[in-house]
Design a protein around this ligand. Structure first.
Ligand code: SF4
Length: 352
C-alpha cells in the first residue's frame, strides 16, 4: 500500500524544490545540481506525495547518473535513424520504423522526468508540435496509406490539453487509412487527475484508440490511478501496460507479480516488459538479460498468461524490438524437441 508523504500541492521542478520539500537531503546538493544540469528533474504532485521506495527511485535524481558508460547512447532505440523526409527535409515529430505504423511526438514535454528514460536527452527540449509541423505530418500520412496506426508517445502526449488532443485526433481520424491511434503515457499513474471527462471524450474517435500505460511498480497504482483507469475503461478504451525492468525498482518476481496482478485487476493487460535501454547515465538500473529471463521464468509459474507481458529488448541502433525469452524449447539431434515446463521439468516432444 502506498504511503502518502503529504497531500499533493504542486509539481517539484528542480533540486531547490526537492530540498525544500524534504525529498532529498541538502548535503547532497552539489552532486544533484550536476545531475540536474544533464538530465531534467520534475515530480508531479501525485508522485511527490508518494513515499514508496519503488516510486521514489524512478524519479529522484541520483549521483549514479553522472557515470556515463562507453556503450551508452544518446538515442538508444534509434528514433533519429528512422525520421522520414519529404522534399529533402525531415518530417518534424515523426519516426517511421515499420511500414504500417509511425510514432508521432506531439510534444517533448512530460509530467515527470523518469531517471531511466531512453529518450531522456530528447524530452523537455522542444515544446509542442507547431501547427505548420502538424500539417506536414498529416500530409505525410495522406501520402502513405500503408500507415494504419499512429502512435503518440514520448514526451507524454497526455500532457496536452483535452482541447488540443481533440483537435489533433479529429484531424488524424479524417485520414481514412488511419485505423488505430495508440497513446503511450504515464499520466494515468503520475497525474491521474488529468484523465478528465473532457480528455476521455476527446478519445472517442472513428479509429480505435488504445492507451498503453507506462508503469513500473504496484505502488504507483494508487486509488487515484485506479479511478483514472476506470474512467478510461468505462469509455470502452482498451488499456495495455508497458513496464521497464529496473534494478532497485522492480527487478524481482514478487514485485512484478504484485504489479501485474494490480494491472489485471484494473482491466489493464500487461503488454511489454522492457529490458532497460542503453540510455546515458542509467547503468545503475540495468541488469543482465539472463537475470531478466530468470524473473520471467519464475513469473510464468505463478501468473496466468493474461497477466504476463512479453519480455523484449529494443536492439540498440534502431533495429527494432524482439522477444528475449526465456526459451522453453530445445531442438534435439534427431529432430525432436525438449520442452521445459513452468516448474523447470523437461519433457520430450515429437513433431508430426
Ligand atoms: S518519455 Fe516517458 S519515460 Fe521518458 S521521461 Fe517522459 S514520461 Fe518518463
Amino acid at each position: 500500500m502506498t504511503e502518502a508523504l503529504r497531500p499533493p500541492i504542486r509539481a517539484l521542478t528542480g533540486v531547490d524544490d526537492l530540498i525544500r520539500d524534504g525529498q532529498v537531503p541538502a548535503e547532497g546538493r552539489a552532486v544533484l545540481d550536476r545531475v540536474a544540469a544533464e538530465f531534467r528533474v520534475r515530480l508531479s504532485p501525485e508522485v511527490a506525495a508518494n513515499a514508496a521506495p519503488g516510486v521514489r527511485a524512478q524519479f529522484l535524481p541520483d549521483g549514479a547518473e553522472l557515470s556515463i558508460l562507453p556503450e551508452e547512447l544518446a538515442d538508444p532505440i534509434g528514433d533519429a535513424v528512422h525520421r522520414p523526409e519529404t522534399d529533402g527535409a525531415a518530417v518534424p515529430g515523426l519516426t517511421h520504423r515499420y511500414p504500417d505504423r509511425v510514432i508521432l511526438h506531439a510534444t517533448q514535454t512530460c509530467e515527470v522526468y523518469c531517471r531511466f528514460c531512453f529518450r531522456r536527452e530528447a524530452v523537455g527540449e522542444a515544446g509542442t508540435l507547431a501547427e505548420e509541423e502538424f500539417a506536414r505530418v498529416l500530409a505525410y500520412l495522406r501520402d502513405h496509406p500503408e500507415i494504419w496506426e499512429v502512435i503518440l508517445t514520448g514526451g507524454d502526449p497526455m500532457v496536452l490539453s483535452a482541447r488540443r488532443l481533440k483537435y489533433m485526433l479529429d484531424r488524424l481520424s479524417a485520414i481514412p487509412s488511419v485505423q488505430v491511434i495508440r497513446f503511450h503515457t504515464r499520466i494515468p499513474v503520475v497525474a491521474p487527475e488529468k484523465i478528465t471527462p473532457a480528455l476521455v471524450a476527446a478519445l472517442d474517435q472513428r479509429p480505435a484508440v488504445w492507451v498503453v500505460v507506462h508503469t513500473n511498480h504496484a505502488d504507483e497504482i494508487t486509488p487515484a490511478a485506479e479511478a483514472a483507469f476506470a474512467r478510461l475503461t468505462r469509455a470502452c478504451i482498451p488499456l495495455l501496460s508497458q513496464t521497464v525492468l529496473l534494478r532497485g525498482v522492480n527487478a524481482d518476481p514478487d514485485t512484478l507479480e504484485s504489479l501485474f496482478r494490480a494491472l489485471i485487476r484494473n482491466r489493464v493487460k500487461p503488454y511489454y516488459l522492457h529490458h532497460p535501454d542503453l540510455a546515458k547515465g542509467t547503468g545503475h538500473f540495468r541488469l543482465p538479460l539472463a537475470e531478466g529471463q530468470a524473473i520471467m521464468a519464475a513469473l510464468r509459474g505463478r501468473l496466468s498468461g493474461t497477466a504476463l507481458p512479453t519480455y523484449v529488448l529494443d536492439i540498440p541502433g534502431g533495429h527494432g524490438k524482439v522477444p528475449v525469452g526465456p526459451g522453453y524449447l530445445e531442438r534435439q539431434s534427431d529432430g525432436s524437441w525438449i520442452v521445459t515446463d513452468p516448474n523447470g521439468a523437461r519433457h520430450s516432444y515429437r513433431d508430426l
